[in-house]
Write a protein that binds this ligand. Structure first.
Ligand code: NAD
Ligand code: WQD
Length: 338
């Protein structure tokens, strides 16, 4: 039996492929390479000694997805395939709704047709919205999102919940990620954003490697301990290992279950800068700038449910996260392109 990683060539999917192979699963990746590079599969093979079967395809293509299910004994689908840039989603909402919702619907329809029963979804802490008190718990009501990207996650959660309610054979696990950073310790795979990075750690890494001259810290006057925003950063390999547990859980349960995947400990932007400097030996020039629209001052996970029910807990700390981000960036200053 195999696991299908839809969008598996991307940042989180490629690390999950490594963790899945290490745990003994057969991995099939399907990705249109919109935000990733075919070289990822060579790197996964270099790390694990096993080359995942790879399909270059759009997950919205029903006939192609049908073919993948026909050619492989897929037990579980993990759905990473989505557009994920928050700011871009505000200017291109239709593309975000079309891509993120259609990929999900196509997978669900083709799974039903091909009798595939387990679905694990890459959701986000963003579904807790702007009103929820922190730490965020899975039992809280979802809130209103500040951008179309967040709404796609919230809507897809609803679609999957409804599908599992109507089809008792379907098992759905919704994974609400907090802020994944870091890279595989080999430095062979990592986050490789196109253009100017939106997220903090890739931006810091590109400053460190000399691609950008300084970081702008978005706001220094928040009501937080040092005035900068705090987030629950987690190591991408911890997150990847969470998917192994989630896939095992999905295969032995039915209905819909939600899990936060975070560490439960927040760090501020200034703390991340200083941890990065400590672990790389490189100074990060920065200036405090304006607040970024839509940013919340702080939030983090209550990570107890994942520990109790999945047996998963983040093991790697902030130093390993920064060390591994730097290891990847310094070994691959141009990402997969150079
Ligand atoms: P990523 O962009 O690196 O990976 C997504 C992959 O999906 C890319 O390889 C892309 O080419 C592929 N893809 C997109 N649309 C596709 C389509 N129609 N058909 C086939 N492939 C398609 O992103 P990531 O950081 O690895 O995130 C993976 C998932 O996790 C996304 O759904 C994202 O929204 C979600 N998520 C990410 C974060 C984060 O901070 N990185 C946080 C919460 C949730
Ligand atoms: C982290 C902190 C910024 C860049 C986003 C999505 C979320 C999830 C993960 C993705 C914030 C600050 C950042 C910079 C800065 N989804 N920052 N200067 O916004 O917490 O979460 O990514 O798929 O849905 O919203 O992450 O990395 O963008 O920002 O000061 O140049 O770093 O203000 O406090 P965020 P981030």
């Amino acid at each position: 039996m195999s696991i299908l990683l839809a969008g598996g060539a991307g940042y989180i999917g490629s690390h999950t492929a490594v963790a899945m192979i290490d745990a003994g699963f057969d991995v099939v990746i399907a990705d249109n390479l919109y935000n990733s590079n075919a070289a990822v599969n060579d790197r996964i093979e270099e790390i694990t000694g096993t080359r995942p079967k790879f399909y270059e395809c759009d997950i919205r293509d029903k006939a192609f997805v049908d073919r993948i299910f026909g050619e492989n004994e897929i037990e579980t689908v993990i759905h990473f395939a989505g557009l994920k840039a928050v700011g871009e989603s505000v200017t291109m909402p239709l593309q975000y709704y079309r891509n993120n919702l259609d990929t999900t619907l196509t997978l669900l329809e083709e799974m039903e047709k091909n009798n595939v029963k387990n679905f694990v979804f890459s959701s986000s802490a963003t579904v807790y919205g702007e009103e929820s008190p922190y730490p965020y718990r899975e039992t809280m009501k979802k809130g209103s999102c500040s951008n179309p990207y967040g709404w796609t996650k919230s809507m897809i959660e609803q679609i999957l919940t409804d599908a599992a309610a109507a089809n008792r054979d379907l098992s759905v696990v919704l994974l609400r990620y907090f802020n994944p950073i870091g890279a595989h310790e080999s430095g062979l795979i990592g986050e490789d954003p196109m253009g100017i990075p939106n997220n903090l750690m890739p931006f810091i890494s590109q400053v460190a490697v000399g691609k950008r001259d300084h970081l702008t810290v978005f706001g220094g006057d928040y009501d937080t301990p040092d005035g900068t925003c705090r987030r629950d950063y987690l190591h991408v390999m911890d997150l990847a290992e969470g998917h192994v547990k989630a896939a095992e859980y999905a295969a032995s349960h039915s209905g819909t279950e939600i899990f936060n995947l975070g560490t439960g400990t927040p760090y501020s932007v200034l703390e991340i800068i200083s941890a990065f400097e400590r672990n790389s030996g490189v100074r990060i020039p920065y200036e405090i700038g304006e607040r970024r629209d839509g940013d919340l001052p702080e939030f983090w996970a209550d990570a107890a449910k994942a520990e109790q029910e999945l047996g998963w807990r983040a093991k790697r700390g902030i130093d390993e996260m920064c060390r591994d981000s730097w290891n990847w960036q310094s070994k691959n200053p141009m990402g997969y392109r150079g």
